[in-house]
Write a new protein. Sequence first.
Length: 73
Amino acid sequence: MERKLRSLLKTLIYRMVAITTIGSLTYYYSGDIYTVTTVVVIYNAVAWSFYYFHERIWNRIQWGIIKPDDSKL
């Protein structure tokens, strides 16, 4: 199981990549910095929350995880 801080750090790094990507694409298509700011802020607020909780939920699911005792078989 991951610590909450690890999940948070992974989320922040992923969001930084996403901000750059969506910001660049939005600017390419709109050419307006106000539109870029609006899209990036709204999208990332929602996406950051979903990603964090997605990670926390998957940490509770045991499917596909090999426990140290099981790996000796």
